[in-house]
Design a protein around this ligand. Sequence first.
Ligand SMILES: [Cu+2]
Length: 104
Amino acid sequence: MTLALDQSTAKAGETVFAVHNDAMTENHEMVLVKLKSADQAMPLNKAKHRLDEKQLKSLGEVSDLKPGADGTLKVKLVPGNYMLFCNIKGHYEAGMHASLAVTE
Ligand SMILES: [Cu+2]
C-alpha cells in the first residue's frame, strides 16, 4: 500500500489537496499533520496498528474515501515539515504515508 504525492515540496499558502482513492476494494483516508521536525518520531500504537492522532497536530483530513472516490482538503500551509497518512488499521504500517516539505 502506498500514499503517493504528485510533489514532495510545496510553497506556503492556500493549498488544495485533491485526494483520490486508487484502490479496487478498500476504503482509505488522508490525514494531514504538521511535524515538529522532519525526523519527528511517529506515535505508532502497535496494538491498534494506527498512529495516535491525539499526539499529532492534525490540520484536517479527507476521511472514508470509497474505492475510486475523490475528496479535497483545503488548508493554509506555513513553512515546515508535514506528513500525510492513512490511519485505517494497518495502513500506516503497510506504507501509506508520505512527507511534504513546505517552503516560503
Ligand atoms: Cu488506507
